[in-house]
Design a protein around this ligand. Sequence first.
Ligand code: NCD
Length: 307
Amino acid sequence: MIKHLRSAADLDAATATLILDTAGEMAALAGREVKKLPTLRGRTVVNLFYEDSTRTRISFEAAAKRLSADVINFSAKGSSVSKGESLKDTALTLQAMGADAVVIRHPASGAPHRLAQWVDGSVVNAGDGTHEHPTQALLDAYTMRSRLGRLDGLKVAIVGDVLHSRVARSNVLLLTTLGAEITVVGPPTLIPLDLAAALSPATKVSYDLDSVLPDMDVVMMLRVQTERMQDSYFPSAREYSRRYGLDIARMRKLPEHAIVMHPGPMNRGMEITPEVADSSRSTIVEQVANGVSARMAVLYLLLGGKA
Ligand code: NCD
């Protein structure tokens, strides 16, 4: 088993499949009255969040607690980080406290890689800048597999603000490893020419959502990340929605069995309409629930558990 999960590229097909299978076993636990396993008793998991988060943070906390680990939640707001303490000094503090795993979300791409050089424990990337978010990709792959029965040969469209999306990057890497065929779709300004090719030469690019939909098993909508945009990448929100938003009429172009995903948080009315987000094809709430199982599997396996 690998020690750190910094990138979806850390996972080969066998390791990724082992994590998904283990997540399945963890999910079975969620239906029981007592949801706890004693596996990580006495181990310490630190959640180190330098960026805002709702789902991911709660999910990692729930995952560690269900495995009986001691959990320390650290958020940059209200800590010595606001006094200018560096990531390295914070890492050394965690090291002194004996953290077995550090889950980190950070606005700088590559922060988890640096952290892994300074602590002895396992490092799990919970989102670094616009770079990667590997556990999101794992929970997404898990959701696809449980809804559609397979990943190999699955046709997946990842739609929208690909440029700023760590979710897209990790999904392209992981899903390609597991045999899915990816098409990234969005305005040319948000899918620079070299981007998809740099991720995986097999990734297709399209600027026309309508023509792609009839062929897809999965459509994954991305949030338009205005907080990361210094320039204007499209004329207006309305124009964006008209071309790349998923509404009911567009959803009907998908095959009958296809599912609609979104990692959250959503801009309802921009990249996805409320009717689509709340429809029976949407797996958005399921993705959140699966996130806990996927993160339990990651923590369990990285910290030395057997399948
Ligand atoms: C994503 C993130 O933070 O990268 N959300 C998440 O973790 N569920 C996607 C986003 O912010 O749009």
